[in-house]
Design a protein around this ligand. Structure first.
Ligand SMILES: Nc1ncnc2c1ncn2[C@@H]1O[C@H](COP(=O)(O)OP(=O)(O)O)[C@@H](O)[C@H]1O
Ligand SMILES: [Mg+2]
Length: 293
């Protein structure tokens, strides 16, 4: 308990975690009153460099509030965020964000959208062109450099948004339900594309979603958040093999066991006893039983 969580899992005593969220709290006023509303309270999470962590929780549990604080768009009332062991305060381009709407600039071409952060950082023009070319290739948008967002499918726009966030080499990628607005089939394709991009970049990712399947399919670890005040209920190691594609693991027994466990946590249920999850049949029964409730 007394162990400094910065050193948790890293195995190297003097390397701090990539991201450490300590005791984060954010309080709003209830609409039309002076009463406080605790959107986040005592929120702790440690993420190691290169990890893909998903944060799953019901609507309104404070996920977007958490990401806004992480990227510096909002301030916490309590607690601290450390990146590489150093506290952060102001917003910074060092923290790449991909939001639910793609938030692309409609008047900028694909190339110009991806170049945006580099312009702000005053990266020299030649270097900019090289970086943009690299990320266009990485996300598979060669040939579309001069297209405008309205000429692209939703999936392609999302890839531009990811490339734009990655192009200025952020400390980490923070994603707030980026696939919430797309249909189920496109969503699965995009989840797999994101994994393939992530495998090539080794970026640390914090990905927020309310979909249990998405959270488990993508993550190394799933942070399960309770409804307000939002705080971590449990962090679950996923342990499904890498490189991974959500489309390939989603029908496996291990995937079902983990999603079942996350669902129980979100429903405040006691875990299924160990002997009950040793066979596929029992897990399926447990899931079927739950589906009938
Ligand atoms: N600026 C704000 N003023 C008042 N209440 C807010 C504000 N932003 C968020 N909230 C409330 O805080 C809670 C958490 O919101 P949010 O972080 O958007 O949740 P999530 O992203 O998990 O759906 C919600 O109940 C929401 O109504
Ligand atoms: Mg949200």
């Amino acid at each position: 308990m007394a162990q400094d969580s910065r050193f948790e899992r890293s195995g190297v005593p003097d390397v701090p975690a990539k991201i450490e969220i300590r005791g984060l709290g954010r309080t709003f006023k209830k609409r039309g009153t002076n009463e406080p509303f605790h959107a986040l309270s005592g929120f702790n999470l440690t993420v190691q460099a290169g990890e893909f962590v998903t944060v799953v929780g019901p609507s309104g549990c404070g996920k977007s509030t958490l990401l806004d604080i992480l990227v510096g768009l909002a301030k916490a009332d309590e607690g601290q965020i450390l990146i590489d062991g150093k506290p952060i305060s102001a917003p910074s381009l060092d923290r790449g964000i991909v939001l639910q709407g793609y938030a692309l600039f409609p008047w900028r071409s694909v190339r110009k959208n991806i170049e945006f952060g580099l312009e702000i950082k005053r990266t020299p023009k030649r270097e900019r062109a090289e970086i943009v070319a690299h990320f266009i290739k990485l996300v598979g948008l060669e040939g579309f450099e001069n297209h405008y967002p309205y000429e692209l499918s939703g999936g392609m726009q999302q890839r531009v948004a990811i490339a734009r966030a990655l192009a200025y080499d952020p400390e980490a990628l923070f994603m707030d339900e980026p696939f919430a607005a797309v249909d189920a089939q496109t969503r699965e394709t995009m989840q797999d594309e994101l994994l393939s991009i992530w495998e090539k970049t080794n970026k640390t990712v914090i990905f927020v979603t309310h979909s249990i399947e998405e959270a488990v399919g993508l993550a190394d670890r799933v942070a399960v958040v309770s409804k307000s005040p939002g705080r971590i209920k449990e962090v679950i190691d996923v342990g499904l093999p890498r490189p991974r594609r959500v489309s390939q693991v989603r029908d496996t027994t291990d995937f079902n066991i983990i999603t079942h466990r996350v669902r129980e946590l979100l429903q405040d249920k006691e875990p299924v006893r160990a002997r009950e999850i040793t066979s596929t049949v029992n897990v399926s029964e447990a899931i079927a039983e739950e589906a009938m409730i």
